[in-house]
Design a protein around this ligand. Structure first.
Ligand SMILES: Nc1ncnc2c1ncn2[C@@H]1O[C@H](COP(=O)(O)OP(=O)(O)OP(=O)(O)O)[C@@H](O)[C@H]1O
Length: 647
């Protein structure tokens, strides 16, 4: 974490600080050094690029000298042969210059795009390694913008820094050499005008850099808003609460900021160009006056003056570029820095270097085949609190800045939780809302690590296991099972890409969803819609169960749906669950009476502690919190039959 200040964007209440300060982030030290490894793979291409650039710059500086010569030695003395000879040479040089420019463009594009590709792929892989906490805190739009806009900006650092600087410097030197060769007096006069170009560029350029950074942040905020509102869940919420006008106002406000900063950037850029244009025209007038007088006095040939003036115009281009180069490079380096910020984020849940593979069987029967047994899950005095912003993400990716820093001494969500979920058995978690049931299940696949205590699977501390082997052995089905915007088939194959058609059908059948899929016109090739919105909640959960069955993990973590289902769907889910949980060590946040009755062990969670444990009958008898919850929820709903909840 860098602890930088990020301007506060509006919250849902629509409040927005209109006069917030522009971001004044500075480049972190070491950024340039860190770029080197990214450029290294392109060093030969870069060398070629430099060579071609050198040739192009040489040709460009030589051409005006030829102009002067054709006038003084061909046109003025009226020697036709010399004129034709020079004209042909000029044409040849022009062709050569076009050729070098083309090669240069290709090289530069190849290097630039290659760099964008490398950075994006690395950043994407790195983001995937982040813990769940990172994703719960980060605004997707802001993150996507880092991988889109900033990566492109970063690429410019390399092309601008290397290609343009080399060309500019070289042209500058060669033009000066040519000028001194033709007339050292005029060359010195030209040099004296240069500071008039540099100072305005320096002052205005600094402002341009700040504006560019602000533009990036504002664009990311505008993008985040669209990202949140343009998905089904967001769009539904906007419609249900009739907030279209407010949404439009919010968007207008953000778009207006992008516009305003855009106007300021454009005006600043134009002012810079204008000042430089003015200075160079004034210098040209000076040169024309002094040079013209020398020609009139016969001290100077007219061709030499033409060559000098052409060279002068060529001098100001590079000088201008060179003076604004630090700004351009700085702007681009800022992008690199912003990408590095993401790459520097340490995943909160990381694999130890000496981590071992977890070897477990797919089911209880697997032990007999020598594949290892279905493992037990053990929580030993596990305490946990959710990490705060500073521990998991970048403030600039959260977008909403907090009025006061988050306290790090937040109360524990889980407090010394200890239990054993026996191998191949069903352990049910029940308790009031917010008790910590979901949190317990999140610690099993290491979405988070406990603050203290140990979670063990098959006797191994899960922090000693490789993340892949751990997660391979756990199947998780949440209440709102997520499906990717693709076909049912693609969603199922996500669990096991090599599954055959009969295996897919078998899994769907076992999850009691095959009849429905078979009745769809496109069958398994039906698109599920954004986040699976074309399927009902129960259907989505059954597809998720089919996906889990294809994965065939020895451990299942399940959050039962709380929604009331009709008796046919309820029966289907019930039977699908039975198949999914058989012979597996399962931890189920149970909402259904039938699941709770089937459970080998019920853990009653309250206020982050396990307050009661036992079977349904034993707990009812004890007359504690469980009996209380049961009375309130189940007895009341007993007449309704299926789907009562106990949370
Ligand atoms: N990502 C998070 N960051 C911070 N606090 C969280 C986070 N997720 C949950 N909490 C808090 O942790 C506590 C326990 O939440 P948890 O989701 O585990 O409860 P639960 O028992 O599963 O509740 P429910 O039955 O309503 O789903 C709650 O007070 C909740 O506000």
């Amino acid at each position: 974490m860098t602890g930088r200040t990020v301007p506060a964007p509006p919250g849902l209440d629509g409040r927005e600080a209109e006069d917030r300060p522009g971001p004044r982030q500075r480049l972190r030290p070491g950024t340039i050094r860190r770029i080197v490894p990214y450029v290294r793979p392109y060093r030969w291409l870069l060398l070629l690029l430099m060579t071609v650039t050198l040739l192009g710059a040489g040709l460009a500086a030589f051409t005006p000298v030829l102009f002067g010569k054709v006038i003084d030695e061909g046109i003025v003395p009226r020697r036709m042969g010399v004129v034709v000879g020079f004209a042909l040479t000029l044409a040849g040089l022009a062709l050569l210059k076009a050729g070098t420019d083309y090669v240069r463009a290709r090289m530069s594009a190849g290097i630039g795009q290659g760099l964008i590709f490398d950075l994006r792929v690395q950043a994407y892989a790195h983001v995937q390694e982040q813990s769940l906490a990172f994703f719960t805190r980060t605004q997707t739009g802001a993150l996507v913008s880092r991988l889109n806009t900033d990566v492109v900006g970063a690429q410019q650092a390399v092309t601008v820094l290397l290609s343009q600087t080399a060309e500019t410097l070289l042209t500058l030197v060669l033009v000066l050499v040519a000028m001194f060769y033709l007339s050292w007096q005029l060359a010195v006069a030209a040099l004296l005008t240069i500071p008039f170009l540099i100072f305005p560029a320096k002052i205005i350029g600094g402002r341009l850099e700040r504006l560019t950074r602000e533009t990036m942040q504002l664009n990311a905020e505008m993008g985040s808003l669209m990202n949140e509102r343009f998905n089904v869940a967001g769009a539904m919420l906007v419609k249900l609460y009739g907030r279209r006008d407010q949404e439009s106002t919010l968007f207008t406000r953000r778009a207006r900021r992008v516009r305003d900063v855009g106007v300021r950037t454009d005006v600043t850029g134009e002012t810079l160009a204008l000042v430089i244009g003015l200075a160079s025209t004034l210098a040209l007038a000076l040169m024309l006056g002094v040079g013209g007088a020398l020609v009139v006095n016969g001290e100077f040939q007219v061709g030499t003056l033409v060559a000098m003036i052409t060279l002068l115009t060529m001098l100001y281009g590079p000088v201008n570029q060179l003076s604004s180069l630090p700004v351009g490079v700085l702007v681009a380096l800022v992008s690199f820095d912003r990408v590095f910020e993401v790459l520097d984020l340490k995943p909160l849940v990381a694999e130890r270097p000496e981590a071992k593979r977890l070897r477990v069987g797919a089911s209880a029967g697997a032990a007999a085949n020598g594949h290892g047994a279905v493992p037990e899950i053990e929580f030993h005095e596990v305490s946990f609190r959710y990490p705060n912003a500073a521990e998991v993400s970048l403030a600039s990716l959260e977008s909403i800045s907090l009025p006061v820093p988050e306290r790090s001494d937040k109360a524990l969500i889980l407090n010394e939780v200890s239990f054993l979920a026996p191998a191949g058995r069903l352990t049910a978690l029940v308790g009031p809302s917010g008790a910590g049931k979901t949190t317990i299940t999140h610690l099993v696949p290491r979405f988070y690590d406990p603050v203290s205590g140990t979670v063990r699977i098959g006797g191994h501390d899960i922090r000693d296991l490789t993340l892949t082997s751990l997660r391979d052995s756990i199947g998780v089905v949440t209440q709102d099972a997520h499906l990717f915007h693709d076909t049912i088939r693609a969603n199922l194959l996500y669990a096991r890409p090599d599954a055959s058609e009969p295996e897919l059908v078998e899994a769907c059948d076992a999850a009691r969803i095959w009849d429905l899929i078979a009745s769809l016109p496109d069958g398994l090739d039906t698109m599920v819609g954004d986040q699976g919105y074309r399927m009902s909640g129960g259907e989505k959960q059954r597809i998720a169960l089919a996906r889990l069955l294809l994965k065939a993990p020895p451990i299942v973590v399940l959050d039962e749906a709380t929604a009331h289902l009709d008796s046919a769907s309820e029966a289907a889910i019930q039977s699908a669950l039975k198949t999914a949980l058989t012979d597996r060590t399962s931890l189920v946040i149970a909402h259904r009476l039938s699941t709770i009755r089937d459970a080998d062990q019920i853990l009653v969670v309250d206020g982050g502690r396990i307050v009661e444990r036992g079977t349904h009958e034993v707990l009812l008898e004890a007359g504690g919190l469980y009996a209380d919850l049961y009375d309130k929820q189940f007895v009341r709903q007993a007449g309704g039959g299926s789907g009562p909840t106990i949370s």
